[in-house]
Ligand binder design. Structure first.
Ligand code: PLP
Length: 405
């Protein structure tokens, strides 16, 4: 028999959010153990339902979305995305600049594959949403991590960004609102980033999938709206804001100066055509979804589910001796800090594994987000309050006796 190995291209790809700790959790589940999963930002398993109106529309559309669409997506969907971009101050986008995808995930990979040659560098935040680092690596590039500063509300550290730019740097990834920290970047921070990109001719990759999931009456600002002269690719989708992660519906829009990136745009067109098109029934609800603002807003205000879950989790985590967390302003994640000396923690993956085995709760260690020190973990606060209460109580109990061996 032939022996098939995995591609060596994957040797350096790290995707620990679905790695060994989750494998262990799945083994425990197979053995009949009940595990509370606070590791994946997937709203449906926690009882979040898609807006009725969207389901109705998709049902109605099924009978006339059987065929492939244009490789960039249905014109009606792309028109709606252009309208949405304009509403957010991204003025120059046309329907030709919009590509729909099977989730933002597919487009992240496509955007990196179309651009990178061996040795090219992309600045990626630390902590990151790890698909970005994995996609850069898989595309033959090098992900160079810049720090986000916990002491400054988890904003990107501009000096660190500057210090990491080389002649091989092609672009920078900005995840705003941020997974895993829940940070929302103010205009001044975005303007500083734009200034650096302008000086060094960098492409901006703006992952804004959480832009409608913002708390406290704050407003999300798209970095592309501040950089009309720079090539910016903005990513967005319906997985989170419309609670339909399983339908795989995302898009990216190119804006700004494309004159120096003709070859890159051709590459994107080619890759987009090679996968034929994205899921057409899902595309067919984009227009309706982008007109629906209230459904999402309702979750984010006092009395709303995600708001109340944030309030509780933030307070409960901060009450645990040795644990502290910055209050998130958006999305549904927190990235708490552990006082490692108090618990002798030298390995964060071992910490979440020990917690899983002991308390049957699955978290993700900070290293899964390319955070180097073993002093953070991520909590997804999507479960109902009673579940979150159980989880926080169990964590408080665990931290009252845990010493890493
Ligand atoms: N970008 C960020 C920052 C995310 O957190 C996620 C999913 O968790 C994605 C992209 C992928 O989303 P999609 O479901 O559109 O592929």
């Amino acid at each position: 028999m032939r022996n098939f190995e995995k591609s060596s291209k994957l040797d350096h790809v790290c995707y620990d959010i679905r790695g060994p700790v989750m494998d262990e959790a799945n083994r425990m589940i197979d053995q009949g153990v009940d595990i509370l999963k606070l590791n994946i930002g997937n709203p449906a398993p926690f009882g979040f339902r898609a807006p009725e109106e969207l389901l109705k529309r998709m049902n109605e559309n099924l009978s006339h979305t059987e065929g492939y669409s244009d490789s960039k997506g249905l014109l009606s969907a792309r028109r709606a995305i252009v309208k949405y971009c304009k509403k957010k101050g991204i003025e120059q986008v046309t329907v030709d600049d919009v590509y729909t995808g099977n989730g933002v995930s597919e487009l992240i990979t496509l955007a990196m594959q179309g651009l990178l040659n061996s040795g090219d560098e992309i600045l990626v935040p630390s902590p990151d949403y790890p698909l970005w680092t994995a996609s850069v690596t898989l595309s033959g590039g090098t992900a160079v991590h810049y720090m986000c500063d916990e002491k400054a509300e988890w904003y990107p550290d501009i000096n660190d960004i500057k210090s990491k730019i080389t002649s091989r740097t092609k672009g920078i990834v900005i995840i705003n609102p941020n997974n895993p920290t829940g940070a929302l970047y103010p205009r001044e921070v975005l303007e500083e980033i734009v200034e650096v990109c302008r000086k060094h001719g960098l492409i901006i990759f703006a992952d804004e999938i959480y832009d409608r999931l913002v708390f406290d009456g704050l407003e999300h600002r798209s970095i592309a709206s501040l950089a009309p002269d720079l090539l910016t690719i903005t990513f967005n989708g319906l997985s989170k804001s419309h609670l339909i992660a399983g339908y795989r519906c995302g898009w990216m829009s190119l804006c700004g100066d494309k004159s120096f990136a003709k070859g890159y745009v051709e590459g994107i067109n080619l890759l987009s055509s090679m996968r034929l098109c994205s899921n057409v029934p899902a595309q067919s609800v984009i227009e309706a979804a982008l007109e629906m603002e209230e459904e999402t807003e309702r979750l984010m205000i006092p009395g709303g589910r995600i708001y109340e879950q944030r309030e509780y989790t933030y307070q409960a985590l901060n009450e645990i001796p040795g644990v502290s967390v910055i209050k998130p302003k958006a999305a549904f994640y927190m990235f708490p800090k552990i006082q490692t000396s108090k618990f002798n923690i030298y390995d964060d993956e071992k910490f979440v594994l020990d917690f899983l085995k002991d308390k049957k709760i699955l978290l993700t260690h900070g290293g899964g987000f390319h955070w180097e020190k073993p002093d953070h973990f991520r909590v997804v606060y999507l479960p109902e309050l009673d579940q979150l209460k159980i989880a926080c109580d169990k964590l408080a109990d665990f931290m009252s006796y845990y010493i890493q061996k």
